[in-house]
Write a protein that binds this ligand. Structure first.
Ligand SMILES: Cc1cc2nc3c(=O)[nH]c(=O)nc-3n(C[C@H](O)[C@H](O)[C@H](O)COP(=O)(O)OP(=O)(O)OC[C@H]3O[C@@H](n4cnc5c(N)ncnc54)[C@H](O)[C@@H]3O)c2cc1C
Length: 329
């Protein structure tokens, strides 16, 4: 009765989020005194077996099939469902990314099984006991409320909220086993058909520093000073929905419930009021600096640090001061 982790990857490039799912799975496996297995879909992911072993996989089940050459939610979901039938795990865990939740929903529908998405804590009452009670806290409404629930199901399908469980190493045996699946051609009707490369560098969800701009920036052109600051600090620029609604920036830059969840070491929120829908995407930031003219703005009251002032003066001043100090160093 293993705990099975569904490995997220893109043509063999491992998603860091998978290692969060591995950490969560190890915790549950310890409660149940069982082991952790990983499931990789597509031959391109074979190479990540050693990383999975370093993060606690005792067995890595590798599925090879022509339809798994690239991401497709239906083929992936069907492959996961077949793996669950074959391996009979106690639970299946993935990270609650867009892909993680999509694949697990596909698998759950095919299995007629219960799926609990975006879990923050998973407590199992009695070690090794098949009647153990599973108590789960999960994020609802984009993280604006937490729900405590009990899961009763023969096989538990779970996704863990992105950025809640911290990835860590813990060596597992890492035995590699092939797992055959049968996939019908029609499952390939939804596949990734086109990829648009980001300009360069780190992504919004993984950047260690994000400079976010809101309506207070005032225009698309106003983001130049935020780009400059992010460039000096090796970060990326994010924004609020007011900005994307105004067409000042692309939706790929949006932070929040209907955008990207970020977890940088520092989030510099400039001219952003901190509405709940924005906050849920930013709250995993380790430190927040708010720059706002309104001392009562939500973002200011929730931030670790705040500068009350006009961002058009404050942001260039920070950039210039960093440059000045670096020149002196
Ligand atoms: C279903 C739903 C989903 C949503 N999803 C998201 C989401 O994913 N992400 C998101 O961001 N929003 C989302 N929203 C919208 C959200 O409710 C807010 O409307 C939005 O976040 C506000 O953006 P803002 O903070 O930039 O603008 P505002 O709320 O207008 O705030 C602007 C801030 O800038 C400050 N300011 C003005 N001028 C300056 C200046 N010169 N210098 C410094 N500060 C200044 C003001 O004091 C104010 O605090 C969603 C809403 C709904 C209903």
């Amino acid at each position: 009765m293993t705990i099975l982790v569904v490995v997220e990857h893109d043509r063999g490039s491992l998603a860091a989020a998978t290692l969060e799912a591995m950490a969560a799975a190890r915790r549950v496996a310890a409660d149940l005194a069982t082991d952790v297995s990983a499931l990789t879909l597509g031959a391109a992911a074979d190479a990540v077996a050693s990383v999975l072993a370093e993060h606690g996989a005792d067995t890595v089940h590798q599925v090879h099939h022509d339809l798994l050459a690239d991401y497709g939610p239906e083929a992936w979901g069907e492959a996961v469902a077949q793996a669950v039938r074959a391996l009979q795990p106690a639970a299946v865990v993935a990270c609650g990314t867009d892909r993680g939740n999509e694949v697990m929903a596909q698998a759950a529908a095919r299995l007629g099984a219960a799926l609990v998405v975006n879990c923050n804590t998973i407590e199992v009452s009695a070690a090794g006991d098949a009647t153990a009670q599973w108590t789960i806290t999960r994020s609802r409404w984009g993280g604006s409320l937490l729900e405590r629930c009990t899961l009763v199901a023969p096989v538990k399908l779970l996704t863990v909220t992105h950025h809640v469980f911290e990835a860590s190493t813990s060596p597992g045996a890492g035995s590699v086993l092939p797992l055959p699946v049968e996939l019908e051609a029609w499952l390939a009707r939804t596949v990734v058909a086109e990829r648009v490369e980001r300009a360069a560098g780190v992504t919004l969800s993984t950047a260690p520093l994000v400079v976010g701009g809101g309506r207070g920036v005032g225009s698309a052109e106003g983001f130049a000073s935020l780009e400059e600051l992010a460039g000096v600090l090796g970060g990326v620029v994010g924004c609020s929905r007011a900005v994307t609604n105004n067409g000042w920036r692309n939706h790929t830059d949006q932070v929040g419930q209907t955008g990207t969840r970020i977890a940088p070491d520092l989030y510099m929120a400039c001219g952003i009021s901190g509405a709940i829908q924005h906050w849920v995407g930013a709250m995993a930031s380790k430190q927040i600096l708010a720059i706002n003219t309104d001392p009562e703005a939500n973002m200011v009251t929730k931030a670790d640090y705040a500068v009350i002032g006009d961002l058009h003066a404050v942001v260039p001043a920070i950039t210039n001061e960093i440059r000045r100090r670096r020149a002196q160093a």
